[in-house]
Design a protein around this ligand. Structure first.
Ligand SMILES: [Zn+2]
Length: 364
């Protein structure tokens, strides 16, 4: 597909060139074959533009969205805080955005690649920040909790779930990663709520929230344009991370996540989904089914692993077949515990605590 750079008019029909990935069910299609380059804004619908920013992680990019909004712009998600991305925003504003005012920043959720530059963008452009209250407060918590585990509660959580020796020691250095990736905590925000309808550029965008990947992730649906900005809640090629953390050890976030996917099942089959990572796609319903199937397969795997009592650390090897660095281990443990907690809360597993405090799960 030929790229178009602002301020050219939007593409007449962005779905003309559909291609099916060989790794996806035939019903999932990717209408855009090319990424936006640095500093480019690619039209995906009337008044809706796609930006791609680099990320200093294994996942090396994030998609951000620019919505024409009267004489200015609404931005959806910010990118992580690096000097390179601040420069890219300034270049974009001067060129592709025509120097027009930024009215509003909508942040889908508190993770640093989405929220990282929120404080800077609000300050730099003098715009409003809109996000759900649980996400803003989770950002506050993440900043406060982003310590070097001085009270030992994080390591104790993983030790109770069976991590020992070098693997546990590797997590001791965890800390500061959230604060390093964000430009600060904005002074305030306008709260978004599920079901709210925002007028952006003369069109209605309805907020649909989803839980599990983060506390109250906002997605935006525009019926008139047949678009869903899905953030990290629904991704085309990878499953959003869903984890349990030490400050809420008995949480059951996968149950919340699977329930929230049902809110999207009634959207039209023609909906073009604009995800935060990967390519825009159609085929929302088959993707929802694949996400639910992924978790069902994990549950089956764990039920067979837990014929004998097993800790979360014991089941890691069956869930993650590659070698994990400390960062990946941290997220893998939280994900394993999330799956075990789901089965525990559903009565398919029981949990025992030995005298040392170690937790083991097994079939009743
Ligand atoms: Zn996320």
């Amino acid at each position: 597909m030929r790229r178009r750079i602002l301020p050219l008019p939007p593409m007449a029909d962005s779905r003309m060139h559909t291609t099916s990935s060989t790794t996806q069910p035939a019903a999932i299609a990717f209408p855009h074959e090319a990424w936006p380059g640095p500093g480019e804004a690619v039209a995906v619908a009337s008044g809706v533009y796609w930006l791609r920013m680099p990320l200093p992680f294994v996942l090396n990019h994030i998609n951000l969205w620019l919505l024409a909004d009267g004489d200015g712009w609404t931005i959806v998600d910010s990118g992580v805080d690096t000097a390179q991305i601040r420069d890219l925003w300034q270049q974009l504003h001067a060129a592709a955005m025509g120097g027009r005012p930024v009215r509003r920043l909508i942040v889908t959720h508190f993770h640093p690649d989405h929220f990282g530059l929120a404080a800077w963008l609000v300050e730099h452009f003098g715009c409003e920040l809109w996000m759900t209250a649980p996400e803003f407060h989770m950002a506050e918590h993440a900043i406060a909790d982003d310590s070097f585990d001085t009270d030992g509660s994080r390591l104790a959580f993983f030790r109770h779930h069976g991590l020992r020796g070098e693997r546990l020691k590797a997590l001791q250095s965890w800390g500061g990663t959230y604060r390093r990736a964000i430009s600060g905590l904005p002074v305030g925000f306008s709260p978004l709520q599920d079901g709210a309808v925002l007028a952006i550029g003369g069109r209605d965008w309805r907020v649909i929230t989803g839980q599990g990947h983060s506390p109250d992730h906002a997605t935006l649906h525009c019926p008139e344009l047949d678009l869903l900005i899905s953030g990290d809640h629904i991704l085309p090629a990878i499953t959003p991370h869903i984890g349990v953390w030490h400050f809420e050890p008995d949480a059951d976030p996968i149950r919340l996540y699977l329930a929230s996917l049902e809110r999207f099942a009634g959207l039209p089959a023609t909906t073009l989904v604009l995800p935060a990572h990967g390519l825009p796609f159609t085929g929302l319903q088959p993707r929802l089914e694949a996400l639910a199937r992924h978790h069902a397969e994990r549950f089956e795997l764990l039920l067979s692993s837990c014929a004998e009592p097993r800790t979360a650390a014991d089941v890691l090897a069956s869930m993650f077949r590659r070698r994990l660095n400390p960062h990946q281990l941290y997220f893998a443990m939280s994900e394993a515990i999330a799956h075990l907690n789901y089965l525990l809360c559903g009565g398919q597993l029981v949990r025992e605590r030995d005298q040392g405090g170690t937790l083991r799960f097994h079939r009743p």
